[in-house]
Write a protein that binds this ligand. Sequence first.
Ligand SMILES: [Mg+2]
Length: 231
Amino acid sequence: MRLALFDVDGTLIDADGSGRRALEKAFAETFDLGETPELAGRVRFSGELDPVIHREIARLLGISSKELEAGRKRLLASYLAHLESACGRPGKSRVLPGVQRLLERLHATRDLQLGLITGNLEAGARIKMAPHHLNHFFPSGGFGEDGPDRAAVARVAVERVAAGPAGPVEAALVTIIGDSERDVECGRSNSYRTLAVASGWTSWQDLAAAEPDHLVADLVDTDRLLEILTK
Ligand SMILES: [Mg+2]
């Protein structure tokens, strides 16, 4: 059994900043900020876990970790509500080139399972992918709430798949597909294979410097990608 674990933002979809904007509104509401903070360019989102992003935003806005902890439930509820309403509207959120076709082909491939590895909370990832009808390809995965860092989240994704009908998967037969160097690092630290795709916010040069097993510009060349993922 092989396992292909896909990152979400910048790899499968470009949600056009809807996650960041929902989070800005959620922080403003939850912590009575008066005005909505502008976080673009001030906080690293790509490749980070949502709880890590929340702590970084809190630090930036002068919200203590105690206040953040006390407001966490309301923050998440507000974030998911804003995200749901943004993703329910027609907007610029899109599936990235080649993704639909690749997922259909992989879904039909014997002895291969699909899963997610993302810093998004599971509820957030599902909301972002719902308008594009991608959720059914991914019965499970590892999500932002599943561990302290991306490498731990990837291991949770593998364990979840192993707990299903597929059974255990050897580390050498797991591939992490993602658009940031964090995806490459989390794969390598677990001895998984890595396929980096330069369709997100990290340049080809920076991805190449992270030394993934494979590096592609996008997910358009289905035949080549199938070869990589089933080899
Ligand atoms: Mg990403």
